[in-house]
Design a protein. Structure first.
Length: 398
């Protein structure tokens, strides 16, 4: 199976992140796929991750066309696009998992869905681009092929909104034991134990997103006021990471407790300061490992690797992610609100929660992050009703 096409990513002098579909042999960009990405995605301000995903999906289409010896331009100009069996073949082909070593297994239904969506859109755009002013019959033919490809997508199943995604107390106890500096259970090297612990504590205590965490700078911390700012920064020139982490939520200022302030100060003045090239940038979390990226802001892949390592040493944390700590913060917030001597109205609670999380007021997003607490309250209420009704149960018939 050929693999003549790939994507490449880079940062422009302006700081803008961009990607291209290129020929593996010549290393040259492929004209029409990149024209599509530029005119249909970049020009309507789609995110870099959206463009990169589309580029990867189109590269898979090009691989399919080359393997099947299909010249898409000739097919379009000849008004003879795809046979039914070819569309079925395309569906099966795009379901494959392509790794750098071999083709193995199948991708998730969401990934498969997105691949076919992009491919359908690209082929429709390409046909209209080549034919210029298609007749009514030609326009219908193009639309029909787009529809036929989309009809072969798997059923798109959204997240189970009723599924709880927070960590329970047993899981939290295991997590905190693992990330203790100097603990025999800590799987990380001594030079990064404090950094990795601090990253996890910030996610737990502040409930911020992973992208926001990786985007933090030392200048965002006000130790005098015990505050931390979440700032939206896109296409930063001084960020060397091509896949730049970004804040998806609103900018805000969050108070810092004594524990976090102390650990932040100790990390910045101690471990971080000792790292080569650390003074060359203002990013809070940097790479400690010796190599060409030492001292540079930590990458997304390194962030995910931290959680994968923690999961590997604690079976009860097999589903641990940074985002689960965001859900955990929301559960803890609800529990705190519920236990206060002077209750705060639900409307006020939603306003407070939305601000700290960076959501627009009244967006309703908060309901998706509070499943475990709601479930626990429902169970208590149901048991209380049964208990109160116990003395008035009707007699059992014979």
């Amino acid at each position: 199976m050929s693999n003549s096409f790939r994507t490449t990513s880079f940062s422009m002098s302006s700081g803008e992140r961009y990607c291209l579909v290129i020929d593996r042999v010549t290393e040259l960009p492929i004209y029409h796929p990149n024209l599509f990405i530029t005119t249909q995605l970049r020009n309507k301000s789609d995110s870099f991750s959206t463009m990169l995903s589309a580029a990867n999906n189109i590269a898979i289409l090009l691989r399919f066309l080359e393997d099947r010896n299909i010249n898409l331009e000739e097919r379009i100009l000849g008004r003879d696009l795809f046979e039914t069996y070819e569309l079925d073949d395309l569906r099966d082909f795009t379901q494959q998992r392509f790794s750098k070593v071999a083709d193995e297994g199948v991708v998730s239904s969401i990934t498969h869905y997105m691949r076919l969506t992009t491919i359908a859109q690209y082929i429709s755009w390409y046909a209209n681009h080549l034919i210029k002013l298609p007749s009514t019959v030609e326009a219908r033919q193009i639309k029909r092929v787009e529809t036929q490809i989309k009809s072969r997508r798997p059923v798109k199943r959204g997240r189970n909104r009723d599924q709880d995604r927070s960590l329970d107390e047993v899981q939290l106890e295991a997590l905190f034991e693992i990330i203790k500096v100097g603990s025999e259970h800590n799987p990380f090297g001594e030079q990064v134990q404090r950094r990795n612990r601090l990253m996890i504590l910030i996610l737990y205590y502040l409930g911020i997103r992973g992208g926001e965490l990786l985007n933090l700078r030392i200048s965002d911390i006000d130790f005098a006021k015990h505050q931390l700012k979440i700032v939206r920064r896109a296409d930063e020139k001084d960020d060397p990471r091509i896949q730049e982490p970004n804040a998806k939520t609103l900018e805000r200022t969050i108070p810092l407790g004594e524990l976090l302030s102390k650990e932040l100060h100790e990390y910045i003045a101690g471990d971080r300061r000792k790292v080569t090239n650390a003074k060359r940038n203002n990013f809070l979390f940097i790479t400690h490992k010796k190599g060409p990226t030492i001292g540079q802001p930590i990458s997304k892949s390194s962030y995910y690797k931290i959680f994968n390592i923690v999961k590997s040493v604690a079976p009860q944390l097999y589903e641990l992610t940074g985002h689960k700590l965001r859900h955990t913060w929301n559960r803890k917030f609800s529990e705190k609100m519920d236990s206060m001597d002077e209750p705060i109205s639900e409307e006020k609670q939603d306003q407070i929660r939305s601000y700290v999380m960076g959501w627009k007021q009244g967006s309703g997003t908060s309901t998706h992050y509070n499943k475990r607490f709601v479930q626990e309250q429902a169970q208590k209420a149901a048991l209380a009703l049964q208990s109160n009704s116990g003395t008035r149960l009707p007699k059992q018939g014979l």
